[in-house]
Write a protein that binds this ligand. Structure first.
Ligand SMILES: C[S@@+](CC[C@H](N)C(=O)[O-])C[C@H]1O[C@@H](n2cnc3c(N)ncnc32)[C@H](O)[C@@H]1O
Length: 202
């Protein structure tokens, strides 16, 4: 499986956590967890887990985290962190998932998937009833966040909340809410807001 997305992330993996952007994103897990009810026996899916920004923060609070990513190199960095209850799963979400989950979380991965409606349906299909989504990504931007969008496998220049909410509702989610989670500064000197979208499968 080699795509612009996997090539970009395989190349970037070893230094991923040292990037200025990753260092700004370290506050995301605590802010996301403040809005995501989790139980000690839960099993959580981290979609586009990368090197485990979310997975490593969530793992101490739940029974099991499955960290899904198409980039083997990103998951290798996560595996080296040695958390016993994180299972890395190398693959594309559309090739199927190894289980069912109480929550699906994600940070900065949605904009790499062309078919957002299908992605939200895959999340819904993978959740137990009562399961939650907590998804972080960019609000709609002008393409300057990544700059070289094609080379980085960018499929969406951020998202408009009303549109994303409609897709989530069509996928069967309820109680959908948006909040501003963080503003990040990019190397171009510009600042970009990120949202957290939460929702529940009835
Ligand atoms: C911008 S990185 C974010 C990594 C991590 N969540 C973080 O915030 O540091 C996006 C990740 O999503 C993964 N990804 C993109 N599309 C995917 C797909 N269809 N299935 C699985 N992983 C995917 C990429 O390989 C990449 O590691």
């Amino acid at each position: 499986m080699t795509t612009p997305t996997t090539t970009h992330f395989d190349t970037a993996a070893r230094d991923w956590d040292q990037r200025p952007m990753s260092q700004q994103l370290v506050v995301v897990p605590e802010r996301l967890l403040a809005q995501l009810p989790l139980q000690a026996n839960d099993h959580v899916l981290d979609f586009g887990a990368g090197t485990g920004l979310l997975s490593t923060a969530i793992a101490p609070k739940v029974a099991q985290v499955t960290a899904l990513d198409m980039s083997a190199a990103m998951l290798q960095v996560l595996d080296e962190k040695g958390l016993a209850n994180i299972t890395t799963h190398h693959g594309d979400i559309f090739d199927g998932l190894p289980g069912y989950y109480h929550a699906v979380v994600s940070c900065m991965a949605l904009h790499h998937v062309a078919d957002t409606a299908a992605l939200l349906r895959a999340f819904a299909a993978a959740l137990h009833h009562g399961g939650r989504i907590a998804l972080v990504d960019l609000y709609q931007e002008d393409g300057s966040f990544h700059g070289d969008n094609a080379a980085k496998g960018v499929q969406h220049l951020g998202f408009v909340p009303d549109h994303l909410q409609a897709l989530a509702e069509q996928a069967g989610f309820v109680d959908i809410a948006f909040s501003d989670i963080l503003h990040v500064q990019q190397s171009n000197g510009r600042t970009y807001p990120l949202f957290l979208m939460t929702g529940r499968k009835p």
